[in-house]
Design a binder for this molecule. Sequence first.
Ligand SMILES: NC(=O)c1ccc[n+]([C@@H]2O[C@H](COP(=O)([O-])OP(=O)(O)OC[C@H]3O[C@@H](n4cnc5c(N)ncnc54)[C@H](OP(=O)(O)O)[C@@H]3O)[C@@H](O)[C@H]2O)c1
Length: 202
Amino acid sequence: MPGMTITSISLSISLDGYIAGPHDGPDNPLGDGGSSLFDWWTAGTEPLANDPRFAPPTRSRQVATELFDCGAVLTGRRTFDIARGWGGHHPAGAPFFVLTHSAPPHWVGPGTGGTAVTDGIRSALDQARHVAGDRPIGITSANVAQQYMAAGLVDEINLNLIPVLLGSGVALFANLPEPVGLECTRVVESDGVTHLRYRVIT
Ligand SMILES: NC(=O)c1ccc[n+]([C@@H]2O[C@H](COP(=O)([O-])OP(=O)(O)OC[C@H]3O[C@@H](n4cnc5c(N)ncnc54)[C@H](OP(=O)(O)O)[C@@H]3O)[C@@H](O)[C@H]2O)c1
């Protein structure tokens, strides 16, 4: 039921709050030191059924499988460009919507899983809800997440917390117009990563 769709910020983050280190770009996707944020995806031995490129540690498998089970992804143009459009298909296997001021050529368009959205976060969310059914909608970049948070449109925050201090880079928690209350609803202590889930209290 579209009305029931949960919006969930879903990111790997350093202990000091960065989702990428400094100097990120297509040739340095997670910035200086930032690749450690994604190490957990391949730190195990058994490939994930959803995508054999990933093999998280045993205690991360359920979380990883859930992350793959989203119905749509909302992201920003910087992430899209840095990931080179994921070759047209997001790793989560879901349709993805890219907030941008100008529609990118090539990968976003017919025959890919992507849609460029130039008319704002509410339009992107409406479009994501339309395809997501009752599955969660993942919000997967900092800038876009901040806008959804500020608009009160986030239900849940899922963080894969990595024990590293990046010092600078792309900060997730910035530009909040007012304090936000959270309830911690799950903690999964795994190898090299702690999976945290918070419900946003409105
Ligand atoms: N750790 C993780 O789990 C994780 C996951 C994903 C990404 N990342 C990293 O996150 C970094 C990128 O994230 P970011 O937060 O810097 O940028 P982002 O959210 O991916 O992209 C921001 C850009 O999106 C466009 N945009 C955003 N909101 C818009 C709106 N309302 N209307 C129109 N256009 C809008 C603008 O680009 P234009 O004006 O150019 O269109 C804006 O500069 C990269 O380093 C990436 O590797 C980390």
